[in-house]
Design a protein around this ligand. Structure first.
Ligand code: FES
Length: 313
C-alpha cells in the first residue's frame, strides 16, 4: 500500500488512484479475466436458467420483477444486519442475544443467496466470474456463521465468536465484490438509465415501414428504438435496448401482443411494462405522432436528470 507522510507520521494512501485503489483494481481485473472460472460458472448458470424457464413465477419472484427492482439488494440487509448486530451483542456480553441473531442471519441468508443466484444466472463473462467469487465468499460466510451458531449452542462461546469473525471477514469480501458488480459492472442497473431523451418531435420512420406484427429498429438522436404497429393501427415506440441486460429488442418477437426479449425472454407490454422477468424495469416508452406519412417520437415530461442532461453537473 502506498504511504503518505504528514508532520513526520506515515499514513496509508487511501485517495482514489492511490496504492490501495490500484491494488484492488488489479485484483478485481484478475478475477474478471479468470476464464478458468467459466468451467464452473457456465453449467451452474445454465441450471439456474433452466429452473427459471420451468418456473416463471420463481424467476419473477427471485429477480424482483414484482417489486420493480432487483430483490437481492433488499434481502442482503437482513443477514448482514443480523450478523453485524450479533458481534455487538458479543461485545456487550449478551451471549443468548448474539446466538439468536446469528441464527436469524442464517435463515435470512438462504433466500438472499437464492435471489442473488437468479440475478447472476443472466450475466456473462466478467460479470459472471466476479459473481461466482462473490457467491463463494458469501457461501463461506454462511458456513462460518453456521459453525459459529453450532459452537455457541454447545456452549463454546469463544469458538463461536472466532467463527463469527471469520464469517464477518468473508461477508465483507462478498459485499465488496457485490458493490463492484452493481456499481462498476452495472448488474441490476436499468441499461437505459443514461440514455438521452428528447422533448422535440423527431421523425424516426416512414409510416409504410412500420407494419403490424413486425418489429422495426429506428433511432432518435442516437438512442435505439423499436417500433411496431398494433392491430388497431396505432404505432408504439419503446427503447430498443432491453432494460435488463441490453439486448436489442427488435431482434426479439411479438407474442400475444407483447414484446419478447431475444436474450433472456423477458416479456414487455406495448406500454413498456414488464409482464415477465428476469427484467425488473419497464422499457422506456415514447409518445408517437403519425402525420403526413411520417412517424415521429418524443418523451414528454422526462423527469430524470441523467437522461435530460447526461453529462451535466
Ligand atoms: S437482456 Fe435479459 S431479458 Fe432482455
Amino acid at each position: 500500500m502506498a504511504q503518505s507522510t504528514t508532520a513526520g507520521r506515515t499514513r496509508p494512501d487511501l485517495t482514489a488512484g492511490g496504492g490501495l485503489t490500484r491494488r484492488l483494481d488489479a485484483l478485481i481485473g484478475r478475477i474478471e479475466r479468470a476464464e478458468a472460472l467459466d468451467t464452473v460458472a457456465g453449467p451452474v448458470a445454465a441450471l439456474e436458467k433452466k429452473l427459471g424457464e420451468k418456473l416463471p413465477w420463481w424467476r419473477n419472484l427471485a429477480s424482483g420483477t414484482f417489486l420493480g427492482h432487483p430483490l437481492h439488494p433488499l434481502l442482503v440487509a437482513v443477514p448482514i444486519g443480523s450478523w453485524s448486530a450479533s458481534l455487538l451483542f458479543d461485545l456487550a456480553g449478551d451471549r443468548r442475544g448474539a446466538r439468536r441473531l446469528v441464527g436469524v442471519g442464517l435463515l435470512a441468508a438462504l433466500p438472499t443467496m437464492a435471489s442473488g443466484g437468479s440475478d447472476w444466472a443472466y450475466t456473462n463473462g466478467a460479470e459472471q466470474r466476479v459473481g461466482l467469487v462473490h457467491a463463494g465468499a458469501n457461501g463461506l460466510s454462511l458456513l462460518a456463521f453456521g459453525l459459529s451458531w453450532q459452537a455457541r449452542r454447545r456452549g463454546h462461546h469463544g469458538q463461536g465468536v472466532l467463527w463469527s469473525l471469520v464469517g464477518a471477514t468473508a461477508v465483507s469480501v462478498g459485499g465488496w465484490l457485490g458493490g463492484h458488480l452493481s456499481y462498476a459492472l452495472g448488474v441490476g442497473v436499468d441499461t437505459t438509465a443514461f440514455q438521452h431523451s428528447t422533448a422535440e418531435w423527431t421523425e424516426v420512420a416512414r409510416s409504410e415501414d412500420v407494419t403490424e406484427g413486425a418489429l422495426r429498429a429506428a433511432d432518435v438522436g442516437g438512442v435505439p428504438l423499436v417500433l411496431t404497429r398494433l392491430p388497431g393501427g396505432t404505432v408504439i415506440a419503446l427503447a430498443d435496448r432491453c432494460s435488463h441486460r441490453g439486448a436489442p429488442l427488435h431482434e426479439g418477437e411479438l407474442d400475444d401482443g407483447c414484446l419478447v426479449c431475444p436474450w433472456h425472454r423477458s416479456v414487455f407490454a406495448t406500454d413498456g411494462a414488464v409482464v415477465r422477468g428476469p427484467a425488473t424495469r419497464p422499457q422506456q416508452s415514447y409518445a408517437v405522432l403519425e402525420r403526413d406519412g411520417a412517424v415521429s417520437v418524443r418523451i414528454a415530461d422526462e423527469p430524470r436528470s441523467l437522461r435530460t442532461n447526461p453529462v451535466g453537473p
